[in-house]
Design a protein around this ligand. Structure first.
Ligand code: SAM
Length: 177
C-alpha cells in the first residue's frame, strides 16, 4: 500500500493545492490520500473525481496527523527540499516497498513542517534540493517509486473514460466488461 498524507493546509491559501495533492496521489498510483486537520475540507472534491473517473482510491480525513505518522505500520517517506536526493534513495525505498511489502506513507507539507516529521521519517527525500511544490515533488516521487508503471494503470467503476485524441476531447462511458 502507498498512502499520501497531506499536512499543514492553510485555509484560503491552500485549497487548490490540497485538492491537487489528492488528485495527483490518485492519478499517479497511490492507493489512498489522508487529509489531516483543515485539509479535510477538500475531501469531497477528490471523492467526486474518484466517483466519475474511477478507482480504487480511498480518501480519508483525520483530525490529527501525528498518530498517523508516529504509529504508521510500515515505512515513512517525508518529501522535503532538505532531504537526501531522490535518485540516491529511490532503490532502497522501492526495495522496502516491493520486496519487503512494507506499506509506505508519503508525507507532504504546506507551511513549515514540524521537526518531528523529519525525525519520525525513515527517509527525508528531496526532489532536487531546490524549493518548489508538494504537487511536483509527489508526482516525481511516485513516478520514480513505480518506475512509470502507474501510467498504464486501469481504472475500475468509472463513469467516464477519456479516449486519447491527437486533437480535441473525447470522453465516453466505459465499455461493458
Ligand atoms: N518551507 C517549508 C518547510 O521548510 O518545510 C516547505 C514549503 S513547500 C512550499 C511545501 C511542501 O512542498 C514541502 O513540505 C514539501 O513536502 C514539498 N517540497 C517543496 N520542495 C521540495 C523539494 N525540492 N523536494 C521535495 N519536496 C519538496
Amino acid at each position: 500500500e502507498v498512502a499520501v498524507l497531506r499536512l499543514g493546509h492553510r485555509p484560503g491559501r491552500d485549497e487548490r493545492i490540497t485538492t491537487h495533492v489528492g488528485l495527483t496521489a490518485r492519478a499517479l498510483g497511490a492507493d489512498r490520500v489522508i487529509l489531516a486537520g483543515q485539509a479535510s475540507s477538500r475531501a469531497d472534491t477528490v471523492l467526486d473525481i474518484t466517483d466519475r473517473f474511477g478507482g480504487p482510491f480511498e480518501t480519508e480525513t483525520v483530525e490529527s496527523w501525528r498518530p498517523i505518522v508516529r504509529d504508521w505500520d510500515g515505512r515513512v517517506v517525508h518529501l522535503t527540499m532538505y532531504g537526501l536526493e531522490v535518485q540516491e534513495v529511490e532503490a532502497e525505498i522501492r526495495d522496502a516497498h516491493q520486496a519487503d511489502r512494507q506499506p509506505l506513507l508519503v508525507v507532504v507539507g504546506a507551511e513549515k513542517v514540524p521537526f518531528e516529521v523529519y525525525e519520525w521519517a525513515d527517509w527525508n527525500v528531496a526532489v532536487t534540493n531546490q524549493p518548489h511544490s508538494e504537487i511536483a515533488s509527489l508526482a516525481v516521487f511516485l513516478d520514480r517509486l513505480f518506475e512509470g508503471r502507474e501510467l498504464d494503470r486501469e481504472w475500475e467503476d468509472a463513469e467516464k473514460v477519456v479516449i486519447p485524441q491527437e486533437v480535441g476531447k473525447r470522453v465516453e462511458a466505459p465499455a461493458d466488461e
